[in-house]
Design a protein around this ligand. Sequence first.
Ligand code: SF4
Length: 348
Amino acid sequence: MNLYVHFPFCRAKCAYCALRSKAGSSSATRRNYCKGIAAQFATLPTDTVATVYFGGGSPALCDLEPILDALRQSGARPVEFTVELHPLDATGATLNMLREGGVNRISLGVQSLDDGVLESMGRLHTAAQAEKAFRAIRAAGFRNAGIDLIAGWPGTSPKSWSTTLARATALGLDHCSVYTLIREPNTRLDLAARKGRLAMPSDDAALAQIDEARAVLADAGLVRYEISNYARPGFECRHNLAVWRGEDYIGLGDGACGRVGLTRTDGDGATHSVTPEEDAVERALFALRTSEGLSLESAARRWPVLAPRIPSWRETLEFFKRQGLLQDAYRLTVRGAEVCDSILAELV
Ligand code: SF4
């Protein structure tokens, strides 16, 4: 079992963000929210939890100590326990509290190491503060730590992106996620683009940045193991891998989704059931996003209900293989990674 807890609190809303998160919450609101989450631990099979992931938002805007205590008291002993941190939260006191509370992996939200880009994103921290935060994470004893970056930000020059990648790899990362910017409706980014105040980059320009990231990170020893994720061997995010490998996960908190057996929980906490076939399709296909790829033989063995679909899936996958989008049986090529969503849509 894997556990995700969402903390929907931020200092300010970033210009591109459409996630369920809000700025300006009171400390009483955050305290009550954490109390509610902690109370739920007692009702869950937390002793079987293999991975825990605290995401947001900025989880450390909350006092996490009571919630870490409650999780431990519930019997949870995860092999991997990740907390997402905003650079301004990476203080010595917070990092020590997290380490003592059982957290063993930190994902630092950096997004860029160009001050101009960070300002236009509304990130509230500088590149130097992000670097200092990463060094503080290491100094606090975290041996598994990485950052997130965003490619394709409007107006990012090739030099700015190269500098971000060079400064990022100089930190000695174990893990790096590189997301392509998505213009989500009704974000500040979207409104500015609609008013013509900024121009979104072309798909080719954004893809060139992803290509460069792949090459620079590979030189630094970080291998691409999922479309947007790179890690030193052995430092892949186990929590996310578990989700992509079709395992169950419980989602707690406002905006968290879950998948347990045939039950799905959406971001509002509502649940619904899926059929065994829908369940198997969803769990099997995610593997295509990873470097392990989708093996039809293993999928059919693990989910016999998929058997009638396998011949048509094979036909579709062979078609994409002939287009150079897949290799072996079946893993995405570099070009295939650019259009994975279309391939998945075709299979579904
Ligand atoms: S810190 Fe993260 S969740 Fe919060 S507004 Fe920025 S991108 Fe969204």
